[in-house]
Ligand binder design. Structure first.
Ligand SMILES: NC(=O)C1=CN([C@@H]2O[C@H](COP(=O)(O)OP(=O)(O)OC[C@H]3O[C@@H](n4cnc5c(N)ncnc54)[C@H](O)[C@@H]3O)[C@@H](O)[C@H]2O)C=CC1
Ligand SMILES: Cc1cc2nc3c(=O)[nH]c(=O)nc-3n(C[C@H](O)[C@H](O)[C@H](O)COP(=O)(O)O)c2cc1C
Length: 184
């Protein structure tokens, strides 16, 4: 009931038919979002539609029962059809030193070149798992919904690989920042 109310509120406020709410410029929104620091991830897939991967900061935990993350993917990305068809993916959370790998998977680079820059293995779903990721979540996509230009993919984790990296990577203010955990 509440979800329905939220969904219908979101739909009506995004179209804003009565023009009652001011609308933000895209550039203002992006400038503001640049201030929201986030982990950087390489999302990979493999299956009937082939191997693909892209860089994503729009990733977060949804619930731990069942263990579920969400990933937002722009429908205009070249990788979109592969993710849609394969229905499985791996969220590889990047660590310090992965800046150039992030740039490769975030640009217009051919897919083979992207994957040639890292070492990969596979676990349950067959999606490429980055060997030196901070952590990897091997997932099946259980639900997808569209919001504006993106699809929101709800992904149930079926296997996890914890890496040994001691420093993480954060994308903030359009730049990468390496972060070290303070001593315990
Ligand atoms: N959620 C997304 O789809 C994101 C896309 N990108 C893309 O990567 C490239 C480089 O990004 P930046 O250097 O950070 O500069 P930028 O000025 O394009 O983006 C600033 C911030 O706005 C947000 N953003 C950017 N494009 C978005 C989109 N299409 N949908 C929703 N949020 C978006 C992100 O939080 C991003 O960090 C751009 O082409 C950008 O569109 C970057 C971050 C997130
Ligand atoms: C730091 C960073 C974060 C990004 N986050 C996302 C994201 O969350 N969702 C998304 O659809 N694209 C995101 N992108 C853009 C995709 O990585 C890019 O569109 C993708 O590589 C597809 O490009 P292609 O169409 O050339 O294959 C991000 C790019 C960068 C550099």
């Amino acid at each position: 009931m509440l979800l329905n109310a939220m969904a219908s509120h979101a739909a009506s406020s995004s179209s804003n038919p009565a023009g009652l709410l001011p609308s933000l410029e895209k550039a203002d929104y992006r400038n503001a979002m640049a201030r929201l620091g986030a982990a950087v991830n390489i999302i990979t897939t493999d299956g009937p539609a082939g191997r693909a991967g892209f860089t994503a900061s729009a990733v977060c935990s949804v619930t731990d029962e069942p263990p579920t993350l969400l990933v937002c993917l722009n429908r205009s990305a070249s990788v979109y059809p592969a993710f849609k068809t394969n229905g499985v993916l791996c969220v590889n959370v990047l660590a310090a030193g992965h800046q150039s790998l992030s740039a490769l998977f975030g640009g217009k680079t051919p897919m083979d070149e992207r994957f040639a820059a890292g070492n990969w293995s596979r676990k349950t779903t067959g999606s490429p798992m980055l060997d030196d990721a901070a952590v990897s979540f091997d997932c099946r996509v259980v639900h997808a919904t569209s919001a504006g230009t993106h699809d929101v993919l709800f992904c149930e984790a079926v296997a996890i690989a914890i890496g040994g990296a001691t420093q993480g990577l954060i994308y903030f203010d359009r730049r990468y920042h390496e972060i070290a955990a303070p001593p315990h």
